[in-house]
Design a protein around this ligand. Structure first.
Ligand code: PFF
Length: 469
């Protein structure tokens, strides 16, 4: 009988189901909400260049490794790491990599759901015609009013959490595959429509040049609180962290999806397709947003509210804008939803495997925890926004975002690279990837063993000030 190595949670129906689910996880608020605003905060082109480099030489090799570990282990990330460490005679401590991922997913979801709640709120705002003919100031004040009101934010946060939990409780496959198959292409088309609008703002060239002409001065010199320019390497850490965040790497989400992947699918090709689609969506979002920013005299560096303060201007002025606008926010909420699912799947799979929880109760407990923690993020935008509630000049939300995206995910990715590159047998990697010792394997193995870990370590040391160039 052939060896049966299949997850107890089921399997994807094929290669495309996996591509759709993993793309669903990768494409989310990170691409459309976060990428434009951090690009705006970090000076544009040079930041984008560093980000693209991080995707190509660090993100893709680590994505291949993460999917590979998942498929080999066929369990939740904690048990996969425990099992593979045993199989490869490595230390038991590797299971803590799985643990760190579960914690990171929990922390990320707590603020992710709050921001996704904003997108849900905007579906109704846009549909009601609130933005029709609105000025940039009008649009900004609608946003400020929303985030100043903790009760409203809590209501939207709760609605988003409930929708996510219902789907996770029913199992990853039912619903998700179908949703992603139709919604992702539609989101893509709407983004193209928005880029079309941006082309007619008269400031398209300025937007393109902001995104694509690298200005390293703007990357490395940032204004401090007193308006004085300071040399900093932090933007490089942010670009690196974002490469992990946007590809859903370093915390087991892609590993758990890999564990549902049937044998025989090319992991390398699939990972390249997913990373390419993810990057394309982020760049399109940037191309849609920055021309609107410049055409309306807005600040590129205005922070997390950027898309909510720019795109509604476009919807307010284009034909059938209320329709397109509400459709856009529906799709954004769906994109966030398909990412949110993957954020809690590692924890749910573990509770089901190790503690005999039913899927429903595992989902409910984790959901309750993330929902409660989310309240901290909600308060960061209003009652806790003052300096007396900040640590290192960061609000609760900023801290969570910084800790997870810039520290936990790159560290998780680093350990994945070290495990796959240095602990696993070379032949085991080849067997799982289904390729021989040719150029592609060697290229990947080299990037994974040397380039990705060293790059992550250098960026880290630099950011904590131990290394200065
Ligand atoms: N990749 C998602 C996004 O760009 O919105 C966020 C995310 C999902 C990060 C899943 C990490 C993760 F495991």
């Amino acid at each position: 009988m052939a060896e049966r190595r299949e997850s107890i949670h089921g399997q994807w129906s094929g290669r495309w189901a996996f591509i759709l689910a993993a793309t669903g996880s990768a494409v989310g608020l990170g691409n459309i909400w976060k990428f434009p605003y951090i690009t705006g905060e970090n000076g544009g082109g040079a930041f984008v260049l560093v980000y693209l480099l991080c995707i190509a030489i660090i993100g893709i090799p680590i994505m291949v490794a993460e999917v590979m570990l998942g498929r080999r282990g066929r369990r939740s990330p904690i048990n996969t790491m425990r099992h593979l460490a045993f199989e490869e005679r490595a230390s038991r401590f590797w299971q803590y990599l799985g643990w760190a991922g579960v914690v990171a997913g929990f922390l990320i979801l707590s603020y992710y759901a709050v921001i996704a709640g904003w997108a849900v709120a905007y579906i109704f705002r846009t549909a009601s015609g609130a933005f029709t003919g609105a000025t940039a100031d009008g649009v900004s004040s609608i946003f400020s009013e929303l985030i100043a009101d903790p009760e409203r934010l809590l209501a939207w946060h709760t609605i988003f959490m409930v929708i996510t939990l219902v789907v996770v409780a029913r199992g990853v496959r039912s619903g998700l595959e179908v949703a992603v198959r139709y919604l992702m292409p539609t989101l893509f088309v709407i983004l193209l429509v928005l880029v079309g609008y941006a082309m007619n703002t008269g400031h398209f060239a300025e937007g393109v040049s902001f995104l694509f002409s690298p200005d390293f001065h703007a990357l490395f010199y940032q204004l401090d609180k007193n308006g004085v320019e300071q040399l900093t390497s932090e933007p490089v850490l942010i670009a690196l962290g974002h490469a992990f965040f946007t590809l859903s790497l370093g915390m087991g989400a892609i590993m758990v999806y890999g564990s549902y992947l049937p044998k025989g699918t090319s992991i390398i090709k699939t990972s390249v397709v997913i990373a390419a689609m993810d990057t394309l969506v982020a760049l399109l979002a940037g191309l849609a947003i920055f021309p609107i920013v410049f055409a309306n005299g807005l600040e590129a560096s205005s922070g997390p509210g950027l898309i909510f303060q720019t795109l509604p201007i476009a919807f307010g002025h284009m034909p059938a804008g209320s329709f397109f606008g509400s459709l856009f926010f529906v799709l954004l909420a769906f994109a966030a939803w398909s990412s949110a699912i993957s954020l809690i799947e590692p924890a749910v799979a573990w509770l089901v495997e190790n503690h005999g929880f039913s899927r429903i109760s595992a989902t409910s407990w984790i959901g309750l925890g993330t929902w409660l923690l989310g309240i901290g993020t909600i308060f960061s935008f209003n009652i806790w926004s003052g300096e007396e509630y900040q640590l290192f000049g960061k609000t609760f939300f900023d801290l969570l975002d910084y800790l997870t995206a810039n520290i936990m995910l790159p560290l998780g990715g680093l350990l994945i690279a070290v495990f796959a590159g240095w602990q696993m047998r070379r032949t085991a990697c080849q067997d799982e990837l289904g390729i021989n010792d040719g150029l592609i394997f060697r290229g990947w193995y080299f990037l994974l063993r040397y380039i990705s870990p060293v790059a992550v370590v250098i960026v880290f040391l630099n950011a904590i000030g131990l290394l200065t160039f």
